[in-house]
Design a protein around this ligand. Structure first.
Ligand code: 3MF
Ligand code: MG
Length: 433
């Protein structure tokens, strides 16, 4: 036992709690729409933001003082000890990691692999002792300078090779730890300037890389879901996996639409000019919804601030789309969220997650109440009811422009607009959030 979270007891559900080291709304065993709240939300803690990030920003360095910061295996194990102590306090069912979050950097690929395998076994023992499960693993193919021009889309085939080899080891680690998914965020799979970029070549490389990931998944018998995490830019000027629709186009192009789904992040949706619920609804409509990275951006700044969510109406609309799509299968709610660099105390880390879990619990319950009431779905179905007619269905199955033009003439079709009632629907939603 480390002393890092000394004095902080495991959080309990206490609706009247006087402080924020308790859950006022997140009640894991509470039944919502016939399922335990914990099983609806499937919370995960992100190893990188909670235990690896040192508090730096473009204008300043480390602010956090953590006894595990450093680059030895012993410190990596101490970091894992503290991580599982925090997991025991929060009681969340999952966690996520990149390879570089849990292992020290080696001199080469072989040492990276040895380090990863050693710490994976160490983490595996903790999981076996009753710790949370792995929601997903992933490879960090964006921090080390070798990846400055990407990995899958790199102009240097040796970097492509190093990235592919690294992904293999991370898929092996995720599989070994029973991960429910495997994620790929292509932080450097894009360009900083078109002037030195061959877009066609790079997209072919990216498709080949992803196809090999899918091939390997089946080869090792990994039954988790492969997830792409869309983001429009940052750190790139343009990231190829721009948003859900763009990812879907890529999947269709390489015949992977039934093999890969998406991990959608609120902050990334906003950067792409979409709402979170737009991206979730789009993924659900395209059959590729998988999981979410839950956080928020600062609406006055133009970058991905990865703040903890604190807006119940926003998350309610996101969970409404998730519930409407049938809920998670292998996915979950990963807090890809980090403290502000001035939030130095261990208790800040606990309170930030507790507050975010409460915000999501309130959002889930509001979304469930909206779905149970059925008001939106009734109005939505009524708006499209005209499409149930034989003539309308025929237009979608066998009609032609000529036959339709003939019918419009014959029946003197001259449609009158019908109100969309947006404000009344927004009023209705506000009864629940
Ligand atoms: C960057 C991100 C990443 C991804 C992570 C897993 C570091 O904006 O959101 O977090 O979530 O690499 O794909
Ligand atoms: Mg993310």
């Amino acid at each position: 036992m480390t002393a890092f979270f000394e004095g902080i007891a495991p959080l309990a559900y206490a609706p009247d709690a006087g402080d924020d080291l308790a859950f006022r709304h997140y009640n894991p065993d509470e039944i919502v729409l016939g399922k335990r709240m914990e099983d609806h939300l499937r919370f995960a803690v992100a190893w990188w933001h909670s235990f690896a990030w040192e508090g730096g920003d473009p204008f300043g360095g480390r602010t956090f003082e953590r006894p595990w910061f450093g680059s030895t295996m012993d410190l990596a194990k101490l970091k894992a000890d503290v991580a599982f102590e925090m997991f025991a306090i929060l009681g969340q069912p999952f966690f996520c990691f990149h390879d570089v979050d849990i292992r020290p950097e080696g001199a080469d690929f072989a040492e990276n692999t040895r380090n990863l395998e050693e710490i994976v076994d160490y983490i595996g023992e903790k999981m076996a002792a009753g710790g949370p499960k792995l929601l997903w693993g992933t490879a960090n193919l964006f921090s080390h300078r070798r990846f400055m021009s990407g990995a899958a889309t790199n102009p240097d085939p040796d970097v492509f090779a190093f990235g592919a080899a690294t992904v293999k080891t991370c898929m092996d680690a995720t599989h070994k730890l029973g991960g429910a998914n495997y994620v790929l965020w292509g932080g450097r799979e894009g360009y900083e300037t078109l002037l030195n970029t061959d877009l066609g070549r790079e997209s072919e490389q990216m498709g080949r890389f992803l196809s090999m990931v899918v091939e390997y998944k089946h080869k090792i018998g990994f039954d988790g879901t492969i997830l792409i995490e869309p983001k429009p830019q940052e750190p790139t000027k343009h990231q190829y996996d721009y948003d859900v629709s763009t990812v879907y186009g890529t999947l269709k192009r390489f015949g992977l639409e039934n093999e890969v789904k998406v991990n959608i992040e609120q902050g990334h949706a906003i950067l792409a000019g979409h709402s979170f619920e737009h991206e979730i609804a789009t993924a659900a409509a395209l059959g590729i919804f998988g999981s979410i990275d839950m956080n928020r951006n600062d609406y006055q700044s133009g970058w991905d601030t990865d703040q903890f969510p604190n807006n119940v109406p926003e998350v309610a609309l996101a969970y409404y789309e998730i519930l409407r799509a049938g809920g998670y299968t292998t996915g979950g709610t990963n807090f890809d969220s980090k403290l502000r660099r001035q939030s130095l105390d261990p208790a800040d880390l606990i309170a930030a997650h507790a507050g975010a879990m409460d915000v999501c619990a309130r959002g889930l319950k509001a979304a469930a109440a909206m779905l149970e009431d059925g008001g939106l779905e009734t109005r939505r179905a009524a708006r499209y009811a005209g499409w149930d007619s034989v003539e309308a269905q025929e237009m979608l199955t066998s009609g032609t422009l000529e036959s339709i033009a003939e019918r419009v003439t014959r029946e003197a079709i001259n449609p009158a607009p019908v109100s969309g009632q947006q404000e009344r629907l927004e009023n209705w939603v506000n009864r629940f959030v």
